[in-house]
Design a protein around this ligand. Sequence first.
Ligand code: GLC
Length: 733
Amino acid sequence: MKTRMLICVLLTAGVVQVLQAQDFRRQADSVLRLMTLEEKIGQLTQYSNDKKQTGPEIPNPGRVEEIRRGRVGSMLNVVTPERARQYQEEAMKSRLRIPLLFGLDVVHGMRTIFPIPLGEAASFDLDLMRRTAAAAAAEASAHGIHWTFAPMVDISRDARWGRVMEGAGEDTWYGCCVTEARVKGFQGDGYADKRTVLACAKHFAAYGAALAGRDYAETDVSPRTLHEVYLPPFRTAVDAGVATFMHGFNDLNGEPVAASRYLQTELLREQWGFPGFVVSDWGSVEQLVPHRYVHDKKEAAEKALLAGCDMDMCSGAYIRHLEQLVKEGRVSETAIDKAVQRILIKKFELGLFDDPFCYNRRTAELNDEQTLASYRTLAREAGAKSMVLLKNENNTLPLPVTIRRIALVGPLARSQRDMIGNWSAEGRPEETVTIEAGLRTALPTAEITCMEGYDLETNELRELLPLGDFDMIIAVVGERAMESGEAKSKTDITLDQRQQQLVQQLKERSGKPVAVLLMGGRPQVFSGMEPYADAILVTWWPGSEAGNAVADVLTGRYNPSGKLPMTFPRRTGQCPIYYNTKSTGRPYKPNAAWTTGYIDEEPLPAYPFGYGLSYTTFEIGIPRVSKQQYSMTDTVSVRTTVRNTGNRTGKETVQLYLQDVVSSLTRPVRELCGFRQIELRPGEQQEVVFSLTARDLGFRDADGKLIVEPGEFRLFTGPDSAHLQAASFELTE
Ligand code: GLC
């Protein structure tokens, strides 16, 4: 009876969804029929608010006249409810009173800033990432924002690319998990309560494969690798119901993705059934000209629109040229109607036609103490859960409760701006808790002496006070907030040598335990300071509650549980470096000649994907499969145990990796296919169970088709991608 009830409920929900979609389409069509061609093209046009640019300066006088004439469909970077209301009131003066859509890069928070996405990905806590996205959406929507240009779902294996900070790291399977969590967080179960926003899967596609990690550089990716590595998170976004897509800046295999009909129409819409709309990236339509792919902006507008890019962000190419292109018969009005319909449907879904100011009704929340406190509590939780403990010799951490005198060295310890990282929307540095402040609050009786150590701007070393009397030295080092993000590629991801020398000096001059906090938006190389650091904690950019989150981890109030979502190389020259690499015909063997590697460095990472320590220790057992042979219709059940072998409650993320031992296309040495985060008390043990279907054992061919081949498979379990134990099984026809 219950099952039948459940099926009825699900069927009803599905039917309601279809009927609703049909109703929005009908409403959109009823508006479309009234529109002039100019008004239609207006809906495809998006401009940035004058006050805030997130791309190269494009001449952009106030847009009020254009809005009144119905020549603008959306604005981005409108960050206050007042400005949003002003622009919307202008739109209500237009002939058809079509409401504007307001978009913003709410990437990891609006005013309350959460850890950067790469940091949150290190938490391996999908529910946390959903919750922070939901909180960001709630805060952004209260500011009048309808639409966030997030999540960024680009897979990247090269830490020289500054935009790794915006994503979920190097692993495709995990990137899909994070994508779903973030889309569901931003969009919730729809927009009825106006606390959710449209999400946007970006940058479609393979932007993270930029040559040599150089932002905006060409991407040359085989069709098979495209389907195997870069497309799956975008497909997951579609399956998760993402409202919009944004294409990238990159030239993919000789075709700028802005003009890729294959990606934006054949794949995205015809194969994946994506119903939403595609927005360009900042000026990417007109950038088809410098790509030397078109002769002029008019041809750029033609190619991008016909490829399936519905909305032109900031280049003005659509509003300037599409009407003429229609008159010349180069673009059909039908093609324009389809793009306009997709955009109008979203405006109906948001309720903007019923009430154009429905996202301006919660301004009271903006400064509501209880609301803000709830966001800050979540930011503090996320900050602590994102941190990754790489080293902890002699149990340097957590700080002993009896600690009296601490030297806190490094200007980042007092920086508020850097704590919220790049792409920090309306984050307010003045509201950010510094590391110094967090530590003083957490250790009221300790004597904390701050020293600059080095100049924040120049990295020049500063004179140190005598260090002998301190119980502990905490060194805060790393890159600045604006050293990662868009257009922030580096040829060298080595931590500034002077900062590394500082850590050495601190150790040699004090002889005391030295704990290093490594801040930044990407994996960094720090082999110079490594021997002098007794403990190393990767904090990323922790957000508004940085100091409290750091203090929670340093004091043991939160036992660190983060795991690296990206490999940390020994040298920049190893980039791109990632765990799921291929065996090659001459696999690496230490001290062996004629094997894959370098003559000046081991090909192994400094710290592998999935790595992270705890203040306790865990033991993960050998994986046990339920039988030795499985058919294609079986479910492979894998069990292992995890035990807390230390003296403190803690969380371990048990990881499951797969190897297809022999296959018709070479497969990675291993691939993450599951993880479980388990909290255990000292001595406690728990069984962990994973289930895999034949689909989970497959791989993609050049057309993206899933291939599952019979044969031997290995399964590995462990605390990271390098320290593993294996079991085998055979998949039969
Ligand atoms: C930028 C970024 C994109 C962002 C957009 C709007 O250039 O590439 O991620 O959403 O412009 O700010």
